[in-house]
Design a protein around this ligand. Structure first.
Ligand code: GAR
Length: 216
């Protein structure tokens, strides 16, 4: 089963909820994943799901050939491109996402580095069932370049948040957070790397907690 963080390990990260039993699910949720880039969070989900608590039934990317899609192809996992550039508005993109996820019969949708705003069209199709990972301690530093925003603000503590997606961007119910100290001399790359290593721990847990809330 996936590990929980311990305040004594991995750069003195502190995770909320604190170490506890992995949520015991009575049914195995089917996951759809959305990604735009390198896919390290997708990879973390794949590794966690190898434990058997959930299945990943479809990866959708908006950037064909991105790292996440390459990983799915290597693993022989179902994947699809929904290219936002071929749609005239966000709602149309979301309708394509809904079609893909409904066809794959997914129960929950995970935005694992999806760098686009979603609309009430998608949120309404999967109420309380969409989880996002964001590289800040929300409600601080919503929106784009959260790590750059945190560095510019001079905070000494940053981190990541896995939350349910609501109509207001980066504002839905918080499921799991991990705090990551900012080191003197950190730049975007170094802080992003340490935050992402915590994202990989909290995102699977948040998905399991979201499933548990829904009675899985
Ligand atoms: C992650 O750090 C995630 O928090 C961020 O994109 C990165 C994707 O990395 N998401 C956002 O900023 C969403 N607002 P990955 O492709 O390696 O998982």
């Amino acid at each position: 089963m996936p590990a929980f963080s311990d305040p004594s390990d991995d750069g003195a990260c502190v995770q909320w909820p604190l170490p506890q039993e992995w949520p015991l699910l009575s049914r195995k949720p089917r996951l759809g994943v959305m990604a735009s880039g390198a896919g390290s969070n997708f990879q973390a989900l794949v590794e966690s799901c190898a434990g058997g608590w959930a299945s990943i039934d479809l990866l959708v990317v908006n950037n064909g050939g991105c790292g996440a899609q390459q990983r799915a192809l290597e693993l022989g996992m179902a994947n699809q491109v929904v290219d936002h550039r071929l749609h005239s508005n966000r709602e149309s993109v979301d309708r394509a996402l809904i079609d893909a996820f409904k066809a794959a019969a997914v129960d929950l949708v995970v935005m694992a580095g999806w760098m686009r705003i979603v609309t009430p069209v998608l949120i309404g199709a999967f109420p309380e069932r969409i989880i996002n990972i964001h590289p800040s301690l929300l409600p601080s530093f919503r929106g784009v370049d959260a790590v750059g925003q945190a560095l510019a603000a001079g905070v000494t503590l940053s981190g990541c948040t896995a939350h349910l997606v609501s109509e207001e961007v980066d504002a839905g119910k918080i499921l799991v957070q991990a705090a990551v100290p900012v080191d003197t001399g950190d730049d975007r790359a170094s802080l992003t790397a340490r935050i992402q290593s915590q994202e990989h721990r909290i995102l699977p847990l948040a998905v399991a907690l979201a499933a548990q809330r829904l009675g899985y």
